[in-house]
Design a protein around this ligand. Structure first.
Ligand code: HEC
Length: 193
């Protein structure tokens, strides 16, 4: 396994999209990272807590039904909690919900991260994209890091009811067949000043 520092990552990614911690004023860079870390953790905790509760009380099908209708409202709620300067989304190259498909620079960055992951690099905990002087995007790579993720993103063919539900709700679902440790996507926190 190769470990790359955050500083070396822009060069490795082969993309000029990333903010260079040396040229973005340090205070600003640190504040973007601090906000991004906080907002992303709040979202992960919120979605994780709800997922856990619904899995416990209703099993995978009930929890998937809950996610299908509530993942977006919950994400928007966390977003609203941080005010108008912040917006949050979840993106993936193998999306379940078409609204979460990575596009533009987000796709470029996610593809670069996937390449690094495929070559055995331990991904950084976060990255910062400088969009323009007023806007930055904080990225937190998301992995399949719990066995429970596989209930709905692994091989789901043995749970016919769940598989049917997913197929009818998401006819173009690409988010199955994952294994433990795979890169699932990223949380993107857009910060505008
Ligand atoms: C009970 C079923 C279920 C479980 C368990 C589950 N997911 Fe999902 N996941 C879904 C559904 C349904 C969607 C699509 C709805 C949405 O969230 O927008 C989704 C969407 C996502 C997305 C957004 C990108 C996309 O493909 O649309 C990410 C990222 C994600 N899941 C990661 C995870 C991770 C990481 C875990 C383990 C901690 C996990 N999921 C566990 C059902 C599940």
């Amino acid at each position: 396994m190769k470990i790359v520092s955050h500083m070396g990552i822009a060069a490795l990614l082969g993309t000029s999209l990333l903010a260079n911690p040396y040229t973005t004023p340090q205070e600003e860079y640190e504040s973007i990272v601090k906000t991004g870390n906080e907002v992303a953790s709040t979202l992960i905790q919120t979605l994780g807590k709800n997922l856990k509760q619904h899995l416990k009380s209703e099993g995978p099908l009930g929890a998937a039904t809950f996610c299908a209708s509530q993942a977006f409202p919950l994400t928007d709620k966390v977003s609203a909690q941080y005010g108008r300067e912040i917006s949050i989304k979840r993106i993936s190259l193998n999306e379940r919900n078409p609204a979460n498909a990575a596009k533009g620079s987000e796709k470029t960055i996610l593809e670069a991260l996937q390449k690094l992951q495929d070559s055995g690099v331990v991904l950084p905990k976060y990255l910062v994209e400088r969009v323009d002087t007023a806007t930055a995007k904080y990225y937190k790579p998301l992995h399949i890091n719990k066995g429970v993720c596989l209930k709905c993103h692994g091989d789901i063919s043995d749970n016919a009811k769940l598989a049917d539900f997913i197929k009818s709700s998401y006819p173009n679902d690409k988010a199955t067949g994952y294994k433990m440790g795979d890169l699932r996507g990223a949380i993107v926190v857009t910060i505008t000043k």
